[in-house]
Ligand binder design. Structure first.
Ligand code: KIV
Ligand code: NA
Length: 273
């Protein structure tokens, strides 16, 4: 398993970091077998595998339940688990309690939080001091979709770009081990990547980040209908999976499945009439 320092070295050596989400045992096994550097148990699981309309419905219990399955599938891969909506905004005590539960029960390597408000910066510092590494998430922060007014690119103009750069420097100063940059112009992501000394992992943030992260189901086109611009699908599981299921159904209906190849036969046939 890579350590925080290995990931840091990858940035320094300009060796790209690959990160992929996983939400259950099979996706985690596939990620580990394929050699991804980091797994993210994203709260995107709310939309991708639970069918919610956003990440806002996801709970601490959901994250723990899924992350435990992921760890069983990928025990040797550096795993980051999202703190879900409102689990780190009520009070510092409640945030620490939730972080402790997620970190201890899932045996994650780090937790991820969105934003760089005064409270979130304080939390990053407190968790780091307590021994829980934190990955920051800036740019488009989906837990705030209702405040942002939609899933839009962030930091396109000078003022918001400056703020994103400042926030990136601040999360690094407060101890974050890495920064996920979501939906920011590639020029800005490049500047941030040069400016901060921790790895940046981009999603819709161009090729100059230290690493890339995408959603497992998006790269497989698995159960998702519309893909964002920043996704590149590497296969079409919807198509292949649907074809397979249709063949199964029609073979059951027309009696061509099962054959003896999928059946068990008696050794001693003397009982038979
Ligand atoms: O939940 C998630 O999948 C994420 C990635 C999009 C970075 O946070
Ligand atoms: Na997330």
């Amino acid at each position: 398993m890579l350590s925080r320092l290995d990931l840091q070295k990858m940035k320094e050596n300009k060796e790209k970091i690959s990160m992929l989400t996983a939400y259950d045992y099979p996706s985690a096994k596939a990620a580990e077998k394929s050699g991804v550097d980091m797994i993210l148990v994203g709260d995107s699981l709310g939309m991708v595998v639970l069918g919610y309309s956003s990440t806002v419905q996801v709970t601490v219990e959901d994250m723990i339940h899924h992350a435990k399955a992921v760890r069983r599938g990928a025990p040797n891969t550096y795993t980051v688990v999202d703190m879900p909506f409102m689990s780190y905004h009520i009070s510092i005590e409640e945030s620490l309690t939730n972080a402790r539960a997620i970190f201890q029960k899932t045996e994650a390597q780090a937790l991820k939080v969105e934003g760089a408000s005064k409270e979130v910066l304080e939390l990053i510092k407190r968790l780091t001091e307590a021994g829980i590494p934190v990955v920051a998430h800036l740019g488009l922060t989906p837990q705030s979709v209702n405040v942002l007014g939609g899933y839009k690119v962030q930091g396109k103009d000078k003022e918001t770009a400056r703020k994103l750069l400042d926030d990136s420097v601040k999360v690094a100063e407060h101890g974050a081990v890495s920064i996920v940059l979501e939906c920011v112009p590639k020029e800005l992501a490049e500047i941030i990547t040069k400016e901060v000394n921790i790895p940046t992992i981009g999603i819709g943030a161009g090729a100059d980040c230290d690493g890339q992260v995408l959603v497992y189901h998006d790269i497989l086109k698995y159960g998702v209908d519309r893909l964002p611009k920043f996704v590149k699908p590497y296969t079409d599981f919807n198509k292949h999976g649907e074809e397979a299921v249709k063949s199964y159904v029609s073979e059951v209906k027309n009696g061509s499945f099962p054959t003896d190849a999928q059946s068990f036969l008696m050794k001693d046939k003397s009982l038979l009439p």
